[in-house]
Design a protein around this ligand. Structure first.
Ligand code: BTN
Length: 229
């Protein structure tokens, strides 16, 4: 745990370089001055208002299969939150944005490092409406979530990550659990690709590698999704 830092992702990456970080290590902070999101975006949260942590894992399977792990982290977080408060449905916008009623409550970033990958999770916990970074965001507090203790949330999410990762490494196809919680599948979506090109279609399924499959067969590996209906 560090009180304040630039980014827990960068801190773990530096530790991996120095060989002081090992499989399963977690770094949590109260505030990040340079928090990073997917697709080179920033991730900001007022001090003490969000659960911000990074976890380093060295998966036991082939590297070519790791592309499903960012989705797995989203699924594990959604399942952990559902266990704590079953009445509130925390859905997954592909690949791993956490949403409550189409509003973003958290996000996940994954980066390769050392012999594994660093998963960074940011969850808006205590934020008030005035503190939200954008109008399309929400927090557990605003949604009336029953558990706002960030230590407890952290433990639940880590337990869930460990359990799901183990099951997945043992060969279990967990896509049915992901599909049940997806807010993207079945919707017409617009996709902005990293090269600036766009795609559109109905989001039909998730491949074993975590790609989003559109109704015309296109497979989206990386991109930003807009739900059109
Ligand atoms: C996203 O929504 O695009 C992903 C956000 C990920 C934010 C978390 S907060 C802890 C970790 N450290 C970072 O700099 N980013 C991740």
């Amino acid at each position: 745990m560090v009180e304040v830092t630039g980014s827990t992702q960068d801190d773990l990456a530096a530790g991996i370089e120095r060989k002081t970080v090992k499989h399963g290590d977690v770094l949590v902070t109260e505030f990040q001055s340079a928090g990073r999101g997917r697709l080179d975006r920033s991730f900001e949260a007022p001090k003490n208002s969000a659960l911000l942590f990074s976890l380093y894992i060295e998966p036991k399977c082939e590297k070519s299969e790791w592309t499903f792990i960012p989705l797995l982290a989203g699924l594990a977080t959604s399942l952990a939150l559902t266990k704590l408060n079953p009445e509130i449905s925390v859905e997954l916008k592909w690949p791993n944005d956490l949403q409550i009623q189409e509003k973003k409550v958290g996000g996940i970033i994954a980066q390769l490092a050392g012999d594994g990958l660093i998963l960074g999770i940011g969850l808006n916990v205590g934020m008030t409406s005035e503190e939200l970074p954008v109008e399309s965001a929400t927090s557990l507090n605003i949604e009336g979530f029953s558990e706002l203790d960030r230590n407890l949330l952290l433990l639940s999410i880590l337990d869930s990550c460990e359990e799901l990762l183990g099951r997945w490494e043992d060969g279990e196809d967990l896509r049915h659990l992901y599909r049940e919680r997806s807010s993207t599948l079945g919707k017409k979506v617009g996709v902005e690709l990293p090269d600036g090109n766009t795609r559109a279609g109905i989001a039909e399924d998730i491949s074993p590698n975590g790609e989003l499959i559109l109704d015309d067969g296109q497979r989206i590996t990386v991109g930003d999704i807009v739900h059109l209906r």
